[in-house]
Design a protein around this ligand. Structure first.
Ligand SMILES: [Zn+2]
Length: 406
């Protein structure tokens, strides 16, 4: 007998209403909705409402979220944001990091997020405090949300002595992914070599902050593409920002986009931060400063969208609802068609799962039952209205309090 049957759900990519059955945390029944229902302990009548796989937040910083109250000044450039946050970080305690992280996690769960990839800063300023807290929270929250932790050298590796050793230690402690940020290091090539070597030795995926500017000459992505191929890491490398590519002449940009797709590198556009910090040196014809999303999609790259920061010097905005940034991207990348709205929902669900190496995500037989039911019968409205999440399931267990009639 099924644990739960969701009756008459509207699911993207299906052209009729579906019945979805869940047992022992997995989707074990998937069929066109019929009047004759399979046996289930609980039946939830969706009555044509939209059911999506759990939303995925692929790029977020929990350890430096909600810093506005601690800031005496505001940042207007990337360098200022790094400096200001670096100063605040000196005062971070484990409890402080924990409370701010929990605030984000609770909000994300309430929005229907079932998986998060989070960058955790590891450097001589904060040490391994952030990693210790996030590893604890990963365990504490494992029934409600899956956390992937990226060990992240925000301050650079060579300009902060001791960082390389801390990165290695964090991987031994249990970090899931190796992070990198070549633009904030005096030796960007050495930086790339070091993190690729770490990923190779620990058999981990890589996730970079890369080419975050409007400078068409800043193209570490080319070095990342070549190393991805050399190390045979196709499909296991992701890059965030990649905004410089938007200022590169079209033919060259197109070739780079092709190379990214061929190397299986996943691109995470972070429009809230990129719009806030880029384009500021342009006094006329101000550039948008965002990732060239359409070009990358046209060339076959897996492009997804992330929140990045919530209310801190890098981005003094943000709610933790992945649909908010997806809608922002729809405006910025001029993705307004019905087909675009479907692509944007796939970005926040199944395409993000692919980027994070999460197997068995999505509404299909034998996949994990991470699901969200929205209070709308129109799939396009999920993006346009960001409606109430009526029911959220993690591994088949409902994690939010509100429920639709049984
Ligand atoms: Zn980031």
């Amino acid at each position: 007998m099924l644990d739960t049957l969701i009756h008459k759900a509207s699911i993207p990519h299906y052209n009729h209403l579906m019945d979805v059955g869940v047992q022992n945390g997995s989707i074990t029944y998937l069929s066109k909705a019929e009047e004759r229902l399979p046996h289930a302990k609980q039946i939830m009548d969706a009555d044509g409402r939209v059911l999506l796989p759990g939303l995925i937040e692929p790029h977020i910083h929990l350890d430096k979220a909600y810093l506005l109250d601690q800031m005496n000044e505001d940042a207007t450039t990337l360098d200022e944001a790094i400096q200001l946050t670096g100063d605040l970080k000196k005062g971070f305690t484990k409890d402080d990091i924990k409370q701010r992280s929990i605030k984000v996690l609770e909000k994300c769960i309430s929005y229907g997020v079932t998986n998060i990839r989070c960058h955790v800063e590891v450097d001589p300023i904060v040490g391994l405090k952030g990693m210790e807290v996030l590893l604890e929270l990963k365990q504490q929250y494992r029934d409600r949300i899956d956390l992937q932790l990226v060990t992240f050298p925000q301050e650079g590796i060579f300009q902060q002595k001791g960082t390389a050793e801390l990165l290695e230690e964090s991987l031994i402690m249990g970090a899931d992914v190796v992070g990198g940020i070549p633009y904030n290091d005096p030796n960007p090539i050495g930086h790339l070599d070091l993190v690729f070597d770490l990923a190779h030795r620990f058999d981990k995926a890589l996730d970079f902050h890369v080419d975050f500017s409007d400078n068409p000459k800043q193209l570490a992505i080319k070095d990342i593409v070549s190393r991805t191929l050399t190390y045979g890491l196709e499909g296991r490398v992701a890059v965030g920002h990649l905004t410089s590519l938007g200022s590169v002449p079209q033919e060259e940009a197109k070739q780079i986009a092709k190379d990214i797709a061929k190397a299986g590198i996943h691109v995470m556009t972070l429009p809230a931060t990129d719009l806030f910090l880029n384009g500021r040196s342009d006094k006329e014809r101000v550039r948008r400063g965002v990732t060239p999303v359409k070009l990358l999609l046209e060339e076959g790259a897996n492009v997804i969208v992330g929140t990045n920061n919530i209310q801190n010097p890098f981005t003094p905005f943000g709610t933790g609802d992945p649909l908010d940034v997806a809608l922002l991207l729809a405006h910025v990348a001029q993705m307004g068609t019905l087909k675009d709205s479907e692509t944007l929902l796939d970005m926040t669900t199944i395409h993000a799962a692919k980027a994070l190496g999460i197997q068995s995500h999505g509404i299909a037989l034998n996949n994990q039952a991470d699901l969200v039911l929205f209070d709308t019968k129109n799939t396009r409205n999920v993006l346009l209205e960001r409606p109430k999440r009526l029911a959220i399931w993690k591994k088949g267990i409902q994690v939010n309090k509100t429920a639709l009639g049984v």
